[in-house]
Ligand binder design. Structure first.
Ligand code: B16
Ligand code: MG
Length: 219
């Protein structure tokens, strides 16, 4: 990690905990299809696109469906999910996120969102996070989902910062792989066991400061 100029943030699991709403909606769909879907199963969906998530869910239920049926089920799940996130407000921002985003801006570090979600703008609007970003890249702006690096490469381009000067904050293995493939540094948010491919792992953004980032640059 050398001379970081920009921080790129994943959304779900890093800035807000929308994983619980994704889980409830996927579980409801699985139950309607006649099988159970556990919280442990849900771990496999983190950071993964909507259609790839549906494929994982259907493999758990041992179901093979037509493309048209899959589109219909994904839309149904998304309607339930959108209903949940429409109720969100700033109280659902995860601990430490706002303080660190503000500290980045106060210290001249550029900030970008790099999310797989096509619903990111709704979440950012409802939680009041939009003013904290110099660039916002979400699932509506990419053609390949994480672990493809596209979302982070676009973010760096929009910030006009070279990838080696970017650090990504990610909670999902697919996102960490995307950051590595984009030639960026990566700080994992969560468990060091699951996120072993990250350069460094912290429990939440409450454990991160600009000073600590500078220390990591020296390491
Ligand atoms: P949507 P992130 C990801 O967001 C979620 O982690 C993942 O569970 C979800 O399937 C994906 O967005 C797509 O979301 O259905 O709203 O387009 O972690 O990349 O911010
Ligand atoms: Mg995430």
């Amino acid at each position: 990690m050398t001379h970081i100029q920009a921080c790129l943030f994943d959304l779900d699991g890093v800035l807000v905990d929308t994983a619980k709403y994704h889980y409830l909606a996927w579980k409801r769909l699985a139950n309607e299809l006649g099988f159970d879907f556990t919280e442990q199963d849900n771990e496999r969906l983190k950071g993964v696109s909507r259609m790839a998530s549906l494929d994982i869910l259907l493999s758990i239920g041992k179901l093979t469906l037509s493309e048209a049926k899959k589109q219909e089920l994904a839309a149904r799940k998304n309607d339930w999910y959108v209903e949940s996130i429409s109720q969100m407000d700033h109280t659902e921002i995860l601990p430490g996120a706002l303080v660190f985003l503000q500290a980045c801006r106060d210290n001249g570090l550029k900030t970008a969102l790099g999310s797989a979600s096509k619903n990111a703008m709704t979440i950012l609007n409802n939680t009041g996070l939009i003013p904290y970003f110099d660039a916002i890249i979400d699932g509506t702006r990419t053609s390949s989902a994480k672990p493809d690096p596209e979302v982070f490469i676009l973010g760096a381009q929009e910030l006009n910062v070279s990838p080696e000067r970017c650090v990504v904050f990610e909670d999902a293995e697919a996102g960490i792989e995307a950051a590595r493939r984009a030639c960026m540094s990566c700080i994992g948010i969560g468990s060091p066991t699951t996120l072993s491919q990250a350069d460094f792992v912290i429990a939440s953004l409450a454990d991160m400061t600009v000073e600590r980032l500078k220390q990591l640059e020296q390491a």
